[in-house]
Design a binder for this molecule. Structure first.
Ligand SMILES: Nc1ncnc2c1ncn2[C@@H]1O[C@H](COP(=O)(O)OP(=O)(O)OP(=O)(O)O)[C@@H](O)[C@H]1O
Length: 492
């Protein structure tokens, strides 16, 4: 049976205090919350706890001596430190004390769950160093795998960890895989990972964007051509299927492949043979075919835009990569990794990402997924964490909030028509205008001329607006003697 654990949390954040207590209690554990390290140390002397989480982002006073003492008493393995992204003096303390258990601030509930699952793991029965393996960083619970050319696969959410497990399973079988997901969500990365874990890893991984080329060009790109196969084909050229011999080919954006090309590809997949354009004899294709698309392939089939028989050929297994907005808990880890890599590229220190920026990044919906996130991180690195780097995102976020407030009910098809959008914008404009005018009038104690000057509109316009918005004096008028009507009566 799982033993109840007591986790000490050093934080200044009330929100985290509540989240942590709720998370720990719901799992049947105890939480002790302290504001400072000395308080935590003092309590340890009374009764011990199983782990300490130090939340540095809430800016507790820095206290190296107490931290060192706590680490000595509690044990390095039992201390987790939640560091903000980028450089922080606490990072140096954590380094010098050899603290390997690091979490990313602001702390999330999932991070607490990680600490708990780590506490329940066998390594805590017989303490062993928490040094991360090259691939799995058990302390922070993420998977980070290099794919070459500064590309990597990072998984820190349950959903992406499951994808990683699925990829390992599918890598062992040589069957076609179809990867679905929005643009920029990481389909290419997943295909690459699949290749690297397969027995084909020693051979080429290549990808072809099926939407980028017209059918004829795509055919020669995939299968190659012989000299003289068409005007301009001076020399023979190998195609991607040939170049990827014994390796893996990714047919990216397959959902947008033309009908004639779909028919040709189907033949290749059925017979395992392809022919260079103009060739007399076919060649054998020893290639694993992985396909990817962001098109809704089922709708494409229903609309007769995608062949059903081809679909069944390419989709023995299907992996759905979730959009970033469905795995927001991963954003701090992704940002940290991206910052680290961008800093190395720009030969600068990793930029400090403030908790405010990080929470903004976590709130945003990321229609461009990780590609968009990566661009924002580049901006942050170049502009040294200046908040202007995320001005666009903040604008889009506030726009969403306004629309949600003004039009909380979604249209049946989930979209708002142009007409609805106009009316939303007008409602919002009217509400704001009304509020501003009311405020100016109140400030001017309903002296209309003064309010008009303040609002920089004409007196006539103001009168018109008062009428239009049915504005009324909300304060009691001031009498000539300076007493407010009513108040004077009350006092009397
Ligand atoms: N799990 C991940 N870990 C680290 N980086 C990732 C991950 N997923 C995606 N990326 C990065 O995000 C960017 C977009 O990823 P990728 O090209 O794989 O997306 P995609 O779904 O294939 O996009 P498209 O549909 O536009 O081809 C790349 O820079 C990639 O390295």
């Amino acid at each position: 049976m799982l033993r109840t654990k007591t986790v000490a949390l050093v934080t200044h954040s009330e929100l985290l205090r509540h989240t942590a207590q709720a998370a720990l209690h719901s799992e049947g554990h105890d939480a002790k919350v302290f504001h400072t390290l000395p308080e935590c140390l003092e309590s340890w002397k009374q009764s011990r706890f199983d782990a300490v989480i130090l939340d540095v982002s809430s800016r507790p006073p820095r206290d190296e001596a107490s931290l060192a003492e706590l680490v000595r008493l509690v044990g390095r393995e039992q201390v987790w430190i939640a560091l903000p992204l980028g450089l922080s003096p606490w990072t140096a303390d954590a380094d010098s004390l050899g603290l390997k258990n690091r979490l990313t601030a602001p702390l999330q509930r999932t991070a607490l769950e990680l600490v708990l699952s780590d506490l329940s793991s066998p390594r805590h029965e017989s303490p062993a160093p928490a040094i991360s393996e090259p691939r799995r960083h058990s302390a922070s619970g993420l998977i980070l795998e290099e794919l070459g050319n500064n590309r990597y696969f990072l998984a820190a959410s349950q959903k992406m960890m499951q994808i990683y497990e699925t990829v390992l399973l599918l890598a062992a079988v040589d069957a076609p895989v179809l990867i679905l997901g929005e643009s920029g969500s990481g389909k290419d990365v997943v295909a690459n990972l699949l290749h690297r874990h397969s027995k084909r890893a020693g051979h080429t991984f290549t990808s072809v964007n099926c939407a980028a080329l017209p059918p004829d060009l795509l055919e020669s790109e995939l299968f190659g051509y012989e000299a003289g196969a068409f005007t301009g084909a001076v020399r023979a050229k190998s195609g991607k299927f040939e170049q990827a011999d014994k390796g893996t080919i990714l047919l990216d954006e397959i959902g947008e492949m033309s009908a004639p090309m779909q028919a040709k590809l189907l033949h290749v997949l059925q017979d395992g043979q392809y022919s260079r354009l103009g060739a007399r004899a076919p060649s054998m294709a020893d290639v694993r075919v992985v396909s990817a698309t962001n098109v809704d392939i089922e709708t494409a089939m229903a609309d007769k835009l995608f062949r059903e028989d081809l679909y069944y050929r390419i989709s023995t297994f299907t992996i759905r990569v979730p959009p970033l907005r469905e795995r927001r808990e991963e954003i701090p880890y992704l940002v940290e990794e991206m910052v680290k890599r961008q800093a190395a590229i720009f030969q600068r220190d990793p930029v400090y990402i403030s908790p405010h920026i990080l929470s903004t990044l976590q709130e945003y919906d990321w229609p461009g997924n990780l590609r968009e996130l990566s661009n924002v991180v580049i901006r942050l690195q170049v502009l040294q964490g200046h908040e202007s780097s995320i001005a666009d995102i903040e604008r889009k976020l506030s726009r969403t909030t306004i629309v949600e407030k003004v039009c909380p009910v979604e249209a049946p098809d989930g979209r708002a028509s142009v007409h609805e959008m106009r009316s939303i914008v007008k409602t919002f404009k009217d509400q704001t205008e009304r509020r501003l005018i009311q405020q100016a009038l109140d400030n001017a104690r309903w002296n209309r001329r003064q309010a008009a000057v303040e609002l920089r509109i004409s007196y006539r316009t103001l009168l018109y607006k008062i009428d239009e918005y049915h504005l009324k004096e909300t304060r009691a008028p001031i009498r000539m003697n300076g007493e407010i009507e009513g108040t004077a009566r009350f006092l009397a």
